[in-house]
Design a protein around this ligand. Structure first.
Ligand code: SF4
Ligand code: SF4
Length: 281
């Protein structure tokens, strides 16, 4: 089973929920955790895995053999990302714009394009006492996180339980992270911004046909509009986490709330049972 934890915007407590769910469930079952928030991975601060391997991830970029090239311009025409520019006697490649789709190489009539690997980040593997841990870390200055996220997800084990901490937002990196999930937990807060981002996330998940439910973090601030929206849309509110300065302090110390406040462990286990029942019914 694959459960992803997402949120329409950063700072809603997405990682708090992801690591608490993993910690609560990992003690009694085989569980793998994937930090796909590759631009700012921070689950390791809470789960504190012992990292054992670090593997560079390469993305293919074209390399032009100018002795074969006729400067016909077809490669630049097909490239949707403007990663190629063909001049009178030169082909310019902009590696940071290249998405590694391979289209230009397939199209080149002269066979003048080869691919070479360009490093975009690393994947780290490790373990806590009870959880298999994997995270992707995008190199500084790189912008293409989806290929790295795809690599992180190659080690998913669908036959056991997998928890994915997705990047915030609703753009390509988030979609790449949640794609293929059996269920997505959307973490939000009861504010107008929280509602707006939740509505966008819900639309994305509907299109992806992934079942979803909501965790309302910092319950007690703001207003009831998120609750009314969930009622209207028939969306399960899986859990409410109250606005509590002790929880905020524990978070700032890098603690997992289900470990610091044991009553949360039962609540996260019950939340998982609800998710499991929903996604298998
Ligand atoms: S398609 Fe091939 S031959 Fe044409 S400009 Fe590009 S690299 Fe050169
Ligand atoms: S591999 Fe794809 S994205 Fe990269 S330069 Fe070629 S056509 Fe453009």
């Amino acid at each position: 089973m694959i459960i992803s934890i997402a949120s329409g915007k950063g700072g809603t407590g997405k990682t708090t929920v992801a690591v608490s769910l993993a910690s609560s469930l990992g003690q009694n079952r085989e569980l793998s955790f994937f930090d796909c928030d590759v631009e700012e991975p921070n689950a390791s601060f809470f789960l504190k895995p012992n990292i054992t391997t670090s593997i560079p991830v390469l993305s293919p970029v074209p390399e032009i053999n100018e002795s074969k090239c006729t400067f016909c311009g077809q490669c630049a025409e097909i490239c949707e990302y403007n990663a190629l520019a063909v001049l009178k006697d030169q082909v310019m490649v902009f590696p940071e714009l290249c998405h590694g789709c391979g289209g230009c190489q397939l199209l080149c009539p002269e066979g003048a394009i080869q691919e070479k690997g360009r490093r975009i980040g690393v994947i780290e593997h490790g373990d806590t006492n009870s959880i298999r841990f994997t995270q992707g870390i995008l190199d500084v200055g790189q912008v293409l996180s989806p290929p790295l996220i795809r690599e992180v997800k190659t080690t998913l084990k669908p036959e056991s339980l997998n928890i994915i901490d997705a990047p915030p937002g609703t753009s390509c990196p988030t979609i790449e992270s949640v794609k293929g999930s059996d269920y997505c937990v959307l973490v939000t807060e009861p504010t107008p911004f929280g509602l707006n981002d939740l509505e966008i996330s819900v639309n994305v998940l509907k299109q992806l046909k992934i079942p979803y439910g909501v965790v309302l973090n910092r319950a007690g601030i703001g207003n009831d509009d998120v609750i009314h929206f969930c009622e209207k849309e028939n969306i399960d509110i899986l859990m409410e986490i109250p606005m509590d300065k002790n929880i905020a302090k524990a978070y700032s110390r890098g603690e997992v709330i289900s470990e610091t406040f044991p009553e949360f462990q039962d609540r996260f286990i019950r939340m998982f049972e609800r998710i499991h029942n929903t996604s298998t019914s």
